[in-house]
Design a binder for this molecule. Structure first.
Ligand code: SER
Length: 326
């Protein structure tokens, strides 16, 4: 009895939706290390074949299915990582709205009903659009996004804020910049070129870039992005003054900057520029972000700059491709 009470008081059970996605996969591993493999429930439509631990096939658009998993595992925190990203979303505007908003509303409402303690909701630099200062974009800026994905993130931030103010549900959120990692591939984003480019460089193949050489965007190494999310979730609630979503910055660079960084290892790396519809999306986003609120409130500080990231990306992708060939 004593044991049960102790257990139910102190134990956190963490559910991740979209756990097989680019960020979800790496986040799942970090949360398993932090909370123990038996306390992290990875969910997605498809399993991540390389992942260890508990996996539940879950369609987060189905509220009953989500409710059952939250109940069965006595979930105390949810990281809601499901989303259709900016570029792919433009091909299916209504479906993107339905999936991004429908899954979030399910997560918020079920969290309220079943008394989940905390919810993490990823927002994005895609919330910004025209009529902003594109350099060091302030926390509280005009939010008129140009993509449906961005529209869902603005609405999602406001829903999170609403559940916090109305129901005291502890929703926390970060506006991720473009996220770059070697562990998993992104799908359908405007910043994805910055992941693909490393794969080509390591395979010693030429790269065709869908953005112009000078297009500067806010970016972040995946370890920083995952650490930021967990640090925000760990921060004392009373320190958090922003309940829509925090600006966070890692680094800012353009395709020509990342090429220069890669050429420090591969001097003959060849790149061609062939901008497509994603150029217009990128042109509506900030070039750099002012994240002073996140720094002040919960001590955010990035660890990776462009060259540090290039070194880890190249090293890890080299071992990966060598092991595939071997
Ligand atoms: N990386 C995302 C995208 O490009 C931005 O949140 O869509």
């Amino acid at each position: 009895m004593y044991y049960t009470i102790l257990g139910s008081m102190g134990v956190e059970n963490i559910l991740i939706t979209g756990a097989s996605g680019q960020l979800g996969a790496v986040l799942t591993k970090s949360l398993q290390q932090k909370f123990g493999i038996d306390h992290v429930i990875a969910t997605d439509l498809r399993p991540n074949k390389e992942a260890r631990g508990i996996f539940e096939k879950l369609d987060a658009t189905d509220p009953e299915a989500l409710k059952q998993v939250v109940k069965r595992y006595k979930v105390t925190q949810i990281y809601h990582m499901v989303a259709i990203l900016s570029a792919k979303g433009e091909a299916f505007p209504q479906k993107t709205w339905d999936i991004n908003m429908g899954t979030l509303l399910n997560v918020l409402e079920i969290s309220r009903l079943l008394k989940v303690k905390k919810v993490f909701y990823p927002s994005s630099i895609a919330v910004f659009g025209h009529h902003i200062s594109r350099i060091n974009t302030p926390q509280f800026s005009n939010l008129t996004p140009t993509t449906v994905y961005g529209m869902t993130k603005v609405a999602g931030e406001n829903w999170g804020n609403y559940y916090f103010n109305t129901y005291q549900l502890d929703v926390r959120s970060i506006r991720y910049p473009g996220v770059i990692g070697y562990q998993s591939l992104p799908g359908g984003g405007t910043t994805d070129y910055a992941v693909d480019i490393y794969h080509k460089a390591v395979k010693q193949e030429p790269f065709e870039c869908f953005l112009k050489a000078s297009t500067r965007l806010p970016m972040m190494y995946i370890e920083d992005a995952v650490r930021a999310s967990i640090e925000l979730m760990d921060a004392p609630a009373e320190k958090l003054s922003v309940r829509t979503s925090y600006n966070i910055a890692g680094m800012s660079f353009s395709p020509e900057d990342i090429v220069a960084s890669i050429r420090k290892t591969y001097p003959n790396f060849e790149v061609r520029y062939n901008p497509d519809f994603r150029q217009k999306i990128a042109d509506s986003w900030p070039m750099s972000i002012d994240d002073s609120k996140a720094r002040e409130d919960w001590g955010w500080k990035p660890r990776y700059d462009l060259d540090a990231m290039s070194r880890v990306m190249i090293e890890n992708l080299k071992s990966y491709y060598n092991s595939v060939i071997a």
